[in-house]
Design a protein around this ligand. Structure first.
Ligand SMILES: *Cc1c(COP(=O)(O)O)cnc(C)c1O
Length: 359
């Protein structure tokens, strides 16, 4: 079975060397050498400061809300992975959805203002497929209304907009390093925190509120990354550039062959964006056609993914809010398999099956 993605594992000998080092040190968690080294290397590679590794991307979001002391209503996008919404609800906050822009599929900044009330404390937006939200307009609205801004940048690893890391926007950006992501630490995630004092506080929050002196200084949680995760990250960071290059090749293969095909549109990035080629989404003319394409691909042992589906405003545990564009797009969007060692032949097969369906 060819799935939408395949977990990339590093060179086994290299990982074993790190494991030996961990065994020799007898230090397996609590900000050990691996995690600290990976933090520094990631800051350098991604060109950001104040990067803090945590246990997973969902926890990164939850820690971000606590850190910024969010209350009441949170303006957010219905078109994202479920964790963007569930983390808000889990923290006792109320998600207020704003529909997406039909091109970028990110939150429509022009529709945010009308949803702001005196109960709103923040905007939580997702850089969908690593595409950049309308960060300038969102900043303007947030500044005018005294709101915090958090970007779920789980798809934004190593993505730049006009040469600048997209992790640089908002008060906090979060990353996920889950095994399915382009760069992973088995499970894992990170916060990138603008404010230096908040960064210092975050280090305590993720470790039960303990200060470096061992005193309990604030309410905290356990969101620490361990050394084996750190070691995985150190190995994969060496190879990620090559993985991105291989994905780019597949991305352009799909693109050149599928662009202009009747009943299909290709998802386009904003001008100035340098993507990481993590996803290849296509938008079919109807849900019926999408189901047909999935079924035919499944017949050929190929498993694309409806990502994102359903639109998050339809989750059972949120107040019903109609989101026309997000609901429409989530019914028709499909992510095709893309990963470094996906064989050329397989890409050809996928293209061929899709073209047959659209005749
Ligand atoms: C993967 C993902 C998450 C969740 O990250 P985990 O590390 O799996 O907890 C959150 N938001 C988006 C957009 C994601 O793609």
């Amino acid at each position: 079975m060819i799935n939408v993605t395949k977990t990339y594992l590093p060179n086994r000998v290299m990982y074993k060397k790190y494991v030996d080092e961990i065994f020799d040190s007898n230090w397996i968690t609590n900000r050990g050498k691996m995690v600290q080294t990976l933090e520094k290397k990631l800051e350098k590679y991604l060109n950001v400061k104040n990067l803090l590794l945590v246990s997973n991307g969902t926890m990164a979001l939850q820690v971000a809300y606590k850190l910024l002391n969010l209350k009441g209503d949170i303006i957010t996008t219905p078109f994202s992975f479920v964790a963007t919404t569930s983390s808000i609800v889990w923290e006792g906050l109320n998600p207020v959805f704003v529909d997406i822009n039909r091109n970028s599929l990110c939150i429509d900044a022009d529709k945010i203002k009308e949803k702001i009330t005196d109960k709103t404390s923040a905007i939580v937006a997702t850089h969908v497929y690593g595409n950049c939200c309308d960060v300038n307009k969102i900043k303007e609205i947030a500044d005018e209304n005294n709101l915090k801004v958090i970007y779920d940048a789980a798809h934004g690893f190593n993505v730049t907009m006009s040469g600048k890391s997209i992790l640089d926007f908002g008060d906090i950006s979060t990353l996920s390093f889950h095994a399915t992501k382009i760069f992973h630490t088995i499970e894992g995630g990170a916060l990138i925190i603008k404010d230096d004092d908040l960064y210092e506080k975050a280090k305590k929050i993720i470790n039960f509120g303990f200060s470096s002196k061992g005193t309990i200084e604030c309410l905290g949680i356990n969101a620490k990354m361990n050394e084996f995760q750190g070691a995985m990250g150190l190995c994969l960071l060496e190879e990620v550039e090559n993985q991105i290059k291989k994905r780019k090749h597949i991305y352009y293969k799909y693109r050149s062959k599928l662009k202009g095909t009747k009943h299909i549109s290709i998802y386009e990035y904003e001008q100035g964006l340098c993507p990481n080629y993590s996803y290849f989404p296509i938008i079919l003319d109807s849900e019926e056609l999408l189901l047909k394409v999935i079924s035919k691909l499944n017949d050929n042992h190929i498993n694309p993914r409806r990502y994102f589906y359903p639109s998050l405003n339809n989750l059972e545990y949120v107040k019903k809010q109609k989101m026309e564009i997000s609901e429409d797009i989530s019914k028709r969007i499909l992510c095709l398999p893309i990963y470094g060692d996906l064989e050329e032949e397989c890409v050809e097969k996928i293209i061929c099956v899709i073209k047959e369906c659209t005749l």
